[in-house]
Write a protein that binds this ligand. Structure first.
Ligand code: NDP
Length: 292
């Protein structure tokens, strides 16, 4: 039997509607409009497109937003002083520096320059530490989106074996951290696999919930999963497709067509985790504005 499709697009739309309503209430009650500042360094097409989508979400949801587009050669100090300006600006509740940054700009310095209370991406070491200890904080948007997808699909990770493939600081490590916490809708037994695994399928076949954050098209095949598994596909990979206008199409890390015949539930790409990331960014910025 074919898996249930976890519709991230629909769930993200629900969240965006909830955020929009909360923005109206915040404006009416306290006169506060959530504000989000974007810093985009260089002209990488994917980064430009991500910032455009996030700016569009701001417009749709009634946020105030500012985008600073700067040349790829900008000195690190100038980016840090731009961040300082937004840290001091009371109209701004969230600051997002679009990744990747050029090599001469130290990513870590940038994360640490953003005030933790405006770090809606959840990358500041203080917020990472708070997440690790289970304290209230901003969770990074993609892991927060995965957690929300599970909750809103009524898939409780408690007592389940969650296998995360990938250990990046923005997806693999934080989602493993969140789901292992001793609290409601977490409490999972978590394994993290990566390139050092001699046989990746040894781990993936044990998963009740498999989270693929690998960055390789179709790395997870149907023989690597057990029947009934819940599959969350984080991957965004371009593959050549001459039948499309652009000459490529986007696929996930999971061989969707084959794996959906074995899995119990699965997220599609596009339309799974991707839309949730922006929805959670808006949610984090709203929370920051509510605290202001
Ligand atoms: P990274 O490249 O930072 O990390 C990839 C991880 O996968 C690494 O830990 C790497 O292991 C592991 N890995 C790679 N190949 C294998 C393999 N063959 N077997 C086992 N492990 C492997 O990627 P990100 O975490 O930043 O992103 C992962 C994917 O998710 C990408 O496609 C990205 O585009 C997408 N993404 C999607 C988002 C969304 O909103 N939907 C947001 C962020 C990312 P090792 O550490 O050993 O090198």
């Amino acid at each position: 039997m074919s898996a249930a499709i976890i519709d991230g697009k629909k769930i993200a739309e629900d969240i965006r509607r909830e955020v929009k309503e909360a923005v109206l209430r915040l404006k009416a009650k306290k006169g506060i409009v959530p504000g989000l500042a974007f810093i985009l360094v260089g002209e990488e097409p994917a980064s430009q497109s991500y910032v455009r989508s996030k700016g569009k979400a701001c417009d749709e949801l009634g946020f105030y937003s500012v985008t600073e587009k700067v040349d790829v050669s900008i000195p690190e100090g100038k980016v840090l002083s731009m961040i300082d300006g937004f840290n001091r600006d009371p109209k701004i509740h969230g600051i997002l520096v679009q990744l990747p940054l050029p090599k001469h700009i130290n990513e870590q310095k940038v994360f640490e320059a953003i005030l933790p209370k405006k770090d809606v991406d959840g990358f500041h070491p203080i917020n990472i530490g708070r997440m690790m200890t289970g304290a209230e904080t901003f969770y990074p948007c993609t892991p927060a989106g995965i957690w929300e997808l599970l909750k809103r699909s009524n898939i409780n990770p408690s007592g389940k074996h969650v296998v995360v493939v990938g250990r990046s600081n923005i997806v693999g490590k934080p989602i493993a951290n969140i789901l292992m916490q001793k609290r409601e809708w977490c409490n999972a037994i978590v394994t993290i696999a990566h390139t050092a695994a001699p046989d990746l399928s040894y781990y993936t076949r044990q998963a009740d919930i498999l989270i693929a954050a690998i960055g390789k098209a179709h790395a997870i095949t149907s023989s690597m999963v057990q029947p009934g598994v819940v599959v969350i596909d984080v991957g965004i990979n371009r593959v050549v497709d001459r039948t499309t206008k652009t000459g490529y199409r986007i696929v996930g890390d999971v061989d969707f067509d084959a794996v959906k015949e074995v899995a119990g539930a699965i997220t599609p790409v596009p339309g799974g985790v991707g839309p949730m990331t922006i929805a959670m960014l808006m949610m984090n910025t709203l929370k920051s504005a509510q605290r202001a």
